[in-house]
Design a protein around this ligand. Sequence first.
Ligand SMILES: Nc1ncnc2c1ncn2[C@@H]1O[C@H](COP(=O)(O)OP(=O)(O)OP(=O)(O)O)[C@@H](O)[C@H]1O
Ligand SMILES: [Mg+2]
Length: 259
Amino acid sequence: MIELKNLHKSFEDKEVLKGISTVFESGKTNLIIGQSGSGKTVLIKNIVGLFEPTTGQILYDGRNYVAMNKKEKTMLRREMGMIFQNAALFDSMSVLENVMFPLDMFSNDTLRERTKRAQFCLDRVNLIEAQNKYPGEISGGMQKRVAIARAIALNPKYLFCDEPNSGLDPKTSLVIDELIHDITAEYNMTTIINTHDMNSVMGIGEHIIYIFEGHKEWEGTKDEIISSNNERLNSFIFASDLFRKVKEVELKEELEHKK
Ligand SMILES: Nc1ncnc2c1ncn2[C@@H]1O[C@H](COP(=O)(O)OP(=O)(O)OP(=O)(O)O)[C@@H](O)[C@H]1O
Ligand SMILES: [Mg+2]
């Protein structure tokens, strides 16, 4: 579980995060949605420690990340897995070597154990047959799956994904979403995902926070989002075709019910 308490972040005189509080539970896919520029990436970067918040607390299972010293922060970072926008694989390393990289860096296991663990993770994302290929030889969706395998190699308690579906077609996005959702439940990780993708919201939005100009405008589940009366949220989600259709059907049913 990750808890944010009144998180603020300013860059010089520009306040980007204006006091965000929420709880991201473990075993759930927590989604952060909002318009471009609303502060999603800045928020996730604060949570993982790439930025330092101006004020506020970030509690990792009760442990206040902001108040930790450098050594404690480094230790906590080992419990985090991250998947950023471009899969960020090493082109000169094979798929297997990419997944082994964090193990080579941070574990004391033997080569044989590290190889076994990396192969286990690759198998989990259905890519064991591609282990000896290079990133340039596999599709974008496969690269994302390698990035997921690498992110879970060290068995993280916390998983962060900034726009994991960018550049992927809808069907491949669905595969990635389901994979992230399933491993989150399987390993009881606390997963936080930044997304623009309304298909993701409807597919895996177990807990959603909607950020509007740096503050939390709305919070709820994928079922609650359809019937929300929040105007800012509705105008954001109405921009998506999928949502317009779902909402229109709902409104029609409501009207018919009233007749
Ligand atoms: N290092 C920085 N210094 C100053 N301002 C920054 C910095 N990083 C981000 N910002 C500003 O913070 C605001 C929020 O940016 P952020 O990248 O978090 O948006 P976002 O919601 O992730 O958008 P997108 O959906 O396009 O990825 C923007 O106005 C941006 O210019
Ligand atoms: Mg962003």
